[in-house]
Design a protein around this ligand. Structure first.
Ligand SMILES: Cc1ncc(COP(=O)(O)O)c(C=O)c1O
Length: 408
């Protein structure tokens, strides 16, 4: 059989294209901001992870330009060999200080961070207990690791205890519990107090992926552990630079000996080129702004509460209730894939972009429209978005023809 036969027979995406509701790869011809030019039209951006609005901040842009002027466009090699610049090390020092841990490694992407951390710290005899709703990069990291991975039911502490009981009976292996801090599709905060207390009881280590929590939760925006007052109890905090920090890249912070070990054992880190100068400088400048302007985090939390209330007041809109009011990720439940694609398209036609979410990111009957917000959204933009959503939902009321299943 020809290897490429499956490619020729792949029709899922084309079906949605033929129906005119294909929801991906819309083209932007502007920067990432609260309003963008998408498909040639002014569009309110309610589907970005630019939580503090720093991708458009002149200070962040200037830092990136200055770094390119000094260091050029790339590092042409691994951090391990020729690819470590002084600005990589400065960012590591700043991130470790900000997140109150001994040491830090900076990686080229958030995805690569999870692959590197988890595959390095776990080995054949160990166990990884992973929340069933964790991000794809954690799932793939567990596949890369030689450790035994068991998923626990989403945020279910009884299930986690049951698994810890079982795994801790095997004294040959250590245990890593890994969880998203804020679950990216649901906007839910993990049960960190429950996880930390079980970890202590069973001698397990805890890693939190704070991609959607840094700059979002905690008085200083230090994320899930700060929000719960548990910074000393979390062993490893992973962060991405592609969200609040307005760049690309990622990092992990933890004890010096653990970070030293990851630095010398993480194959996705060692055998890949280092994060380019512009991305390092942009992330570092964004971090400086986050530290100097914590009011941005407050504004973001205010917007989250305002939009949740506003969406709940629109009769036909079903907001997912499990999210915390501070989190600027507010999913609208849509159910079928057909309704999700159709609604996203009509919203976009009216000038509002939201993220349509399908399996495997969510269970098959629980598709949703993920709305997310930025601290620099103005009240006028938020009210305009709410009135467009209300209009679209009232125009679509009673239309059951769009409740069809379509794989994507
Ligand atoms: C929870 C979580 N972890 C990791 C990643 C990967 O980060 P990046 O996109 O910066 O590679 C993402 C990004 O979508 C994420 O949402």
């Amino acid at each position: 059989m020809d290897l490429f036969q499956k490619c020729r027979e792949f029709t899922r995406a084309r079906q949605a294209m033929e129906l005119g509701i294909y929801p991906f790869f819309h083209m932007l011809t502007s920067g990432q901001d609260t309003e963008v030019m998408m498909n040639g039209q002014r569009t309110l951006m309610l589907g970005s992870n630019n939580y503090l609005g720093l991708t458009a901040d002149p200070r962040v842009k200037a830092a990136a330009v200055k770094a390119v002027e000094k260091y050029g466009s790339g590092c042409s090699g691994s951090r391990f060999l020729n690819g470590t610049l002084d600005i990589h090390v400065e960012l590591e020092v700043a991130m470790a200080r900000f997140l109150q841990k001994e040491d830090c490694i900076v990686f080229s992407t958030g995805f690569q961070s999870n692959l590197s951390i988890i595959s390095a710290v776990t080995s054949r005899c160990d166990y990884i207990l992973s929340d069933s709703m964790n991000h794809a990069s954690i799932v793939d990291a567990t596949r890369l690791s030689f450790a035994r991975t068991i998923k626990y039911r989403h945020s279910d502490m009884d299930d986690l205890r049951r698994l810890l009981e079982r795994c801790s009976a095997d004294e040959k292996g250590g245990i890593l519990i890994v969880t998203d801090g804020v679950f990216s599709m649901e906007g839910e905060i993990c049960n960190l107090p429950g996880i930390v207390s079980l970890a202590r009881e069973y001698g397990a280590r805890v890693m939190v992926d704070d991609a959607h929590s840094i700059g979002v939760l905690g008085e200083h925006g230090r994320g899930t552990a700060e929000y719960f007052g548990l910074e000393a109890e979390v062993d490893l905090i992973m962060n991405t630079f592609s969200k609040t920090l307005a760049s690309l890249g990622g990092c992990v912070v933890g004890d010096e000996s653990v970070i030293h070990y990851i630095r010398h054992n993480a194959r996705p880190f060692i055998f890949s080129a280092s994060i380019p100068p512009a991305q390092v400088a942009a992330a570092h400048e964004a971090l400086r702004i986050l530290e100097a302007e914590p009011q941005r985090v407050r504004r973001l939390n205010e917007i989250a509460a305002y939009m949740k209330k506003g969406l709940q007041q629109i009769e036909a809109v079903k907001v997912r209730e499990s999210g915390n009011d501070l989190v600027p990720i507010i999913p609208i439940l849509t159910g079928s894939a057909g309704r999700t694609m159709y609604t996203a398209k009509v919203l976009l036609d009216h000038g509002v972009y939201v993220n349509p979410v399908f399996p495997p990111a969510v269970p098959s009957d629980s598709c949703l429209l993920r709305t997310s917000y930025t601290a620099t959204h103005t009240n006028a933009q938020l009210d305009e978005a709410l009135s467009i959503i209300e209009k679209v939902y009232s125009e679509m009321a009673g239309n059951t023809e769009i409740d069809f299943d379509i794989e994507i």
